[in-house]
Write a protein of this length. Structure first.
Length: 389
């Protein structure tokens, strides 16, 4: 099988609206009520199945499910199959905690908000599984501002793929969000800039929803945790096309600020990237290596390991000045305007933001790969990718 890798598409440009809806008490909610969300062994033995995962996705707000079908061509049934067949094993505790949260939200008909999904990459592009991708979409409706906002701290965030660079352009909503918050972390009139303590910044970033905060947490760490694990030689200075390994978290923030000021595209990858997946040579690509969690922690906790920093709402009160939760209400719409929607014409989310073969993706295996390769190809085609066999 011949295959092509893209430079990863840019994250979507800024849009000024978000959508909101309520978790619903679907006809499959009784299946979630029967799930043991405490004992991992009981969960795996009885409830680790596509049926229970379909029940999990079925309680999402109906507006969000319509968007998922419209933008990603997925429904609760296909989402459950995708989660079961994910190439990256999803930690059991992550699924249990998410099930417990979704179940409680369904019974309470909890309101959430999310960005328009035509502005969001297909889950397989950036995330390890679809459940994590959806968790990273969910914002607190009282703290949403221009398609960015704060996440629910008791809902575990999803894990991102570490083998691809994820990029952000100057018009991306996450970039604009970051542009307004980095100055809050600087000491007044210091030159060169001095930043507040690393732990304070990490606590604030961990409250944000979306993809960029998960990447920032991988880059914001102690100096001795940065190491180069790329197949290309890492550099220390701010140059395009090469993996940039910062000397410290403050240097990384300086570089990100420079990218924002100069309207450069910047990319972040948290693990080893193969040569045919490296960032566009005109982009500024930051790497940190996988120096955050031990293998035991990663297996047991996955993205929940971030909870070890005791990030709770009460602890955020003194951090308001650093860009944490504010005492204001963001834009909140009771109704969603679908007047511009053509539901009979499914949206194709991928855009040709990157020159060259930006829509080509790898399908593993060979022409003799059998059903697994064929199934993967079908999934990619349904997602809107172009394939060559």
């Amino acid at each position: 099988m011949r295959s092509f890798w893209p430079s990863l598409c840019l994250a979507a440009p800024f849009v000024s609206a978000h959508w909101c809806g309520q978790f619903q008490q679907s006809s499959l909610l009784f299946l979630l009520d029967a799930v043991d969300v405490q004992d991992p062994l009981t969960f795996v033995a009885q409830h680790d199945s596509p049926l229970h995962y379909e029940a999990l996705f079925s309680v999402l707000p109906k507006e969000l499910l319509k968007e998922i079908h419209f933008a990603w061509n997925l429904n609760p049934h296909s989402l459950s199959k995708s989660l079961c067949s994910s190439a990256y094993p999803t930690p059991t505790v992550f699924i249990q905690r998410t099930m417990q949260w979704y179940r409680n939200a369904a019974h309470a008909q909890r309101q959430i908000c999310w960005p328009k999904l035509e502005m969001v990459e297909h889950p397989s592009v950036q995330h390890k599984d679809v459940l994590g991708a959806i968790n990273n979409l969910i914002f607190d409706p009282l703290l949403v501002e221009n398609d960015m906002g704060l996440r629910h701290l008791d809902l575990p965030p999803g894990d991102l793929r570490s083998d691809v660079p994820i990029c952000f352009g100057p018009e991306n909503n996450a970039t604009k969000w970051l542009e307004h918050r980095i100055p809050l972390w600087r000491a007044y009139r210091s030159d060169p800039p001095l930043y507040v303590d690393l732990s304070d910044i990490r606590r604030v970033v961990n409250t944000w929803g979306g993809v960029l905060p998960r990447l920032l947490l991988g880059m914001l760490k102690d100096t001795d945790q940065y190491h180069c694990d790329q197949r290309a030689r890492c550099v220390r200075n701010y140059v395009p096309g090469e993996p940039i390994l910062p000397r410290s978290y403050s240097v990384f923030l300086d570089f990100i600020w420079k990218a924002i000021e100069k309207k450069h595209v910047f990319c972040i990858s948290l693990g080893k990237v193969s040569r045919n997946r490296q960032a566009n040579p005109n982009h500024y690509w930051f790497v940190s290596g996988e120096g955050q969690l031990t293998e035991k922690e990663r297996h047991l906790y996955g993205s929940l390991a971030e909870w070890k920093e005791d990030v709770v709402a009460a602890a955020m009160e003194p951090q308001i000045a650093f860009g944490g939760p504010q005492s204001y209400h963001g834009r909140f719409d009771e109704g969603n305007d679908y007047s511009n929607r053509r539901w009979d014409e499914p949206f194709r989310f991928l855009q040709d933001n990157v020159p060259g073969r930006s829509r080509w993706v790898l399908v593993g295996g060979s022409s003799q790969g059998g059903s697994n390769t064929a199934a993967e190809a079908q999934d990619k085609l349904r997602a809107g990718h172009e394939l060559e066999v």
